[in-house]
Ligand binder design. Structure first.
Ligand code: PHE
Length: 462
């Protein structure tokens, strides 16, 4: 794996290979880069775990006011000894010469036996060539020196004297290479583009894969010449069930299958003619007492077929190609292939020659466009279509045939009461199931898990 480095990074790494521990200031000198370039380079390399930055504190020593005076004139005790070099001196003369430093210098000299007092004069007794502190004082002079460059013992005496020594604590950074940086190859590809270079992954905002599937389906229908129709998510039972010839005691209408809006009933469910004709159709064909109050109950739509039938009843077209897309709701146990809330696609063709062959042909065309070719048609039952079929499609990931779209030709018991005279082909099914195939999933819940890892890794174009 080759990594591409910025010139700044290369210079810093190279310099640290020659001289493994450097402060930023030293790096500036050794690389000829600006302070700002060094600072940025160190930040980049730190993020890549290639350099280690350790912060340390150190003490720097310089001379204070009295220290400087002693550096220039000598320590007070040195001045005292110098005065005595030419011979014994009287106390009063020494006091006059040395002024305020006489007391302390004499105290020190007596204590160390450097001078002795004879009758009324002082003279040198045993003076060393270099006094404690003298070496350090000379070394510091007018400079600032790190404390570890000095003899701690020699310094300690000076530290006790007032205004002699100034100690400054300074913080400094030290840069070293990490272990992984040591084995890195710095290619000499200056000015060339390394097309295989690793780049950071950038996750920009994107549409949800399910939304992409919905849009793709919409696109297919539109290119096939269909127009989109829209409907409400809440519907009266009349349009969701009754108009679709679903008897009022049908199991699908029970609470354990359908979500009802608690205590909300529709006031106007349809025209009086629609209500009369549909109720007659139920009474005559299913033979039971149709109850308008049952039809008034509001539900979260269980399929998009309610949108279809309402549209057909309102338009009574002799020819139509329409589709709708939207959320539907079912009181079902959630599983790898069931959700309580999911999206459906519904397609409708009205025309005097519309027949089952056309219906199956349209299905094949639709599936082909979405990329599904392994399909079968099975006979099935819906209260509103005759014949009724369902498409089964092979899910490779599950290793199973799963049910995809339900379809059929609307029964006359559905179309006649609403004044629809031409044959109606209709089909519909879950979009999540199509998306599962598209994205090779074995669990439909993945679409709603908000799993960022999956969402980011799912490619836009399959
Ligand atoms: N409404 C059916 C379902 O939700 C699908 C269907 C639509 C069946 C149109 C026949 C005709 O499963």
């Amino acid at each position: 794996m080759s990594q591409v480095f910025h010139e700044i990074e290369k210079k810093i790494i190279t310099s640290l290979r020659d001289n493994p521990k450097q402060t930023p200031e030293l790096l500036e000198k050794s690389t000829q880069l600006s302070p700002d370039q060094i600072r940025r380079g160190i930040e980049w390399l730190k993020l890549k775990d290639l350099v280690i930055v350790t912060e340390s504190k150190s003490t720097v020593i310089s001379l204070g006011k009295n220290g400087i005076e002693s550096f220039q004139k000598g320590l007070p005790e040195r001045r005292l000894l110098d005065l005595l070099k030419t011979g014994p001196k009287k106390l009063s003369d020494l006091q006059k010469e040395l002024g305020s430093v006489f007391g302390p210098s004499m105290g020190l000299a007596r204590k160390n036996n450097w001078v002795e007092a004879t009758s009324d004069k002082f003279s040198i007794k045993n003076s060393p060539s270099e006094l404690p502190g003298e070496k350090t004082l000379k070394l510091i002079g007018n400079k600032k020196l790190p404390v570890d460059k000095l003899d701690a013992n020699d310094l300690s005496g000076l530290l006790k004297r007032p205004d002699f020594i100034i100690e400054d604590v300074i913080k400094s950074k030290e840069i070293t290479l990490s272990d992984s940086a040591k084995s890195i190859k710095l290619s000499n590809t200056q000015g060339e583009i390394d097309v295989e270079a690793k780049v950071p992954q950038v996750f920009v905002a994107r549409t949800h894969p399910l939304k992409d599937t919905i849009n793709e389906i919409r696109e297919i229908f539109v290119t096939l010449g269909f127009s989109e129709i829209f409907g409400n998510m809440t519907q009266s039972s009349f349009w969701n069930f009754d108009a679709l010839f679903t008897p009022q005691d049908h199991p699908a209408r029970e609470l354990q299958d359908t979500f009802y809006l608690d205590k909300i009933n529709a006031k106007k469910i349809g025209t009086s003619e629609q209500i009369r004709k549909i109720s007659e159709s139920h009474k005559k064909n299913w033979r039971y007492q149709w109850d308008i109050n049952e039809a008034r109950k509001m539900v979260l739509r269980t399929h998009t077929t309610c949108v279809t039938i309402k549209h057909l009843a309102e338009n009574k077209s002799d020819e139509a190609r329409i589709f709708s897309l939207g959320r539907v709701f079912r009181n079902e146990k959630v599983s790898y292939k069931h959700l309580v809330e999911f999206n459906q696609i519904e397609g409708v063709v009205v025309g005097k020659d519309a027949n089952l062959r056309n219906l199956m042909g349209i299905q094949r065309e639709f599936y082909k466009r979405i990329g599904i070719t392994k399909i079968k048609f099975w006979p099935t039952f819906f209260p509103y279509t005759e014949p009724s079929l369902q498409t089964m499609v092979y899910n490779e990931k599950l290793g199973k045939w799963i049910e995809l779209f339900g379809m059929g030709i609307f029964r006359p018991e559905v179309t006649k009461p609403l004044g629809i005279t031409k044959p109606v082909l209709a089909w519909g099914g879950g979009i999540e199931r199509i998306a599962m195939l598209k994205y090779d999933l074995d669990d439909v819940r993945e679409f709603y898990n908000n799993n960022l890892g999956w969402l980011r890794s799912t490619t836009k174009c399959q």
